[in-house]
Design a binder for this molecule. Structure first.
Ligand code: PHE
Ligand code: NA
Length: 452
């Protein structure tokens, strides 16, 4: 009896972790850390993960569990009569779509790299040639489109066939495999000749770098990454609250998901940075960082082709489990809005997302004259910036206000929901902190991020 309960709880944690753990950990975390100077950035990021991310995740879980619904209906069910909180779903959906407009493209790159690994394309290539392979790829929008489409169609098929249950099983194993692989790779990378420099970049904080980059900019980026990695602010993780049964308090579950997510990100950094310095890759390389660094490590390993293929396979599943969670939200929103069938909602949205992903693919090289964020930035950078640094923090403010003020669902309802069951309590004493301080910090960082 006990065992079975444990099994299903572990299942829940791994599945929510499936939504949280994704490209944010293995792709975004290392490249943002590389851009903002390494260890000092990591500390700031961990700080905000704890003081802002964790309480907001508990709130999303609480809204999801109390309403037993996705963001399409959760506010309708909980809001006080006559209020307009349910309008938030349009904002949340905009966030879900915008996220998918670049996320699926990166998911496609993972799949593409899986194929390249299987074919042994990197074998015997030096660091420069490996960078060249990525550069070539960016000049091939048709190829990128094909792989993005495969990702979208695969994930929407899973949603429309309702085969999540089956996929959840695979995802569980993939998560374990990913964790094991990451550890093996971290050990290999950290023992490369020349790895020490990378380790000190990643592990020894140098706050002078934070000052040089502009302290507020670094904080802005760290908060964006914290929200991105935990899937907060657009109702993406909320749905998983409805999978937690009433026997568990929400705080403990949120801590588990956050810890797992953080472990994956931290170990990913442990793989990337030693290799960066060992192979002379610039840690400031941006979104292509892992794609020009990782193949080098696999080359330096015996059986690297197999390890590399396994790695990109796991990454594909990690990305897919996130995409499927977001697609679920998108589909249930469409069904709720139009009353159409599940299959139709899946088909139309798949088509829409494929079209919406085109600017990211075409704008990677062709439209590089679009430079909203400084020289050399792409449509990908712009979309990512809009989501991570704008929609996620602003959307989180809605959850905060909804759960703590009497204009919304209210503190008492929230606290009762969060603390139903056994496990770690959401402390009553932090009421003042989450009602006033947390929203003020989020808002202040948001504004300062723009005015510097
Ligand atoms: N948390 C996901 C990741 O780390 C990304 C994500 C952000 C998913 C926001 C949903 C909503 O990859
Ligand atoms: Na994540």
């Amino acid at each position: 009896m006990k065992r079975e309960k444990f099994g299903s709880r572990l299942g829940f944690i791994l599945i929510s972790a499936g939504c949280a753990i994704g490209l944010g950990n293995v792709w975004r975390f290392p490249y943002i850390t590389g851009q903002y100077g390494g260890a000092a950035f990591v500390l700031i990021y961990l700080f905000f993960l704890l003081v802002l991310g964790l309480p907001i995740m508990v709130m999303e879980f609480a809204v999801g569990r109390a309403s037993q619904a996705s963001v399409a209906l959760s506010f309708d069910k909980l809001e006080p009569k006559g209020t307009k909180w349910h309008w938030y779903k349009y904002f949340g959906m905009a966030g879900n779509y915008l996220l998918m407009m670049f996320y699926t493209t990166i998911g496609g790159w993972m799949l593409l790299y899986l194929c390249k690994m299987l074919k042994g394309e990197f074998h015997g290539k030096n660091a420069e040639q490996i960078q060249g392979i990525f550069g070539d790829l960016m000049g091939k929008p048709v190829l990128m489109t094909v792989f993005m489409m495969i990702v979208v169609i695969f994930c929407f098929s899973v949603c429309s066939l309702g085969v999540q249950k089956g996929l959840e099983k695979i995802t569980k194993y993939m998560m374990f495999l990913l964790l094991a692989l990451l550890v093996v790779l971290a050990i290999r990378s950290a023992t490369l000749p020349g790895a020490e420099k990378g380790l000190s970049f990643y592990l020894v904080p140098d706050f002078q770098k934070v000052k040089d980059a502009g302290a507020m900019q670094v904080v802005f980026a760290a908060v964006g990454q914290a929200f991105f990695t935990l899937s907060l602010g657009i109702g993406a993780i909320a749905i998983f609250g409805s999978y937690i049964d009433k026997s568990r308090r929400l705080m403990g579950e949120a801590i588990c998901v956050t810890v797992l997510d953080t472990c994956v990100a931290l170990v990913a950094g442990l793989i990337i940075f030693p290799a960066c310095f060992a192979f002379g890759v610039n840690p400031d390389s941006g979104p292509n960082l892992i794609f020009i660094t990782l193949p080098n490590i696999f080359n330096a390993m015996s059986g690297g082709r197999i390890w590399g293929s396994l790695f990109f396979l796991c990454m594909f599943f990690a990305a897919a489990s996130t995409i499927i969670a977001v697609f679920e939200n998108i589909i249930s929103f469409a069904i709720d809005l139009t009353g159409c069938s599940r299959k139709k909602a899946a088909f139309c949205n798949a088509a829409a997302i494929i079209l919406l992903s085109m600017p990211c693919i075409l704008g990677y090289n062709v439209w590089s004259f679009i430079q909203p964020l400084g020289a050399g930035s792409t449509v990908l950078d712009l979309e990512d910036f809009l989501v991570s640094n704008n929609l996620l923090p602003l959307g989180s403010l809605v959850y905060l206000a909804f759960c703590t003020t009497r204009y919304g669902w209210g503190w008492d309802n929230f606290l009762k929901e969060a603390n139903t069951g056994a496990g770690i309590k959401f402390p009553k004493a932090v009421r003042y902190y989450v009602t006033y301080i947390v929203p003020l910090i989020v808002l202040w960082i948001f504004i300062r991020g723009y005015i510097g």
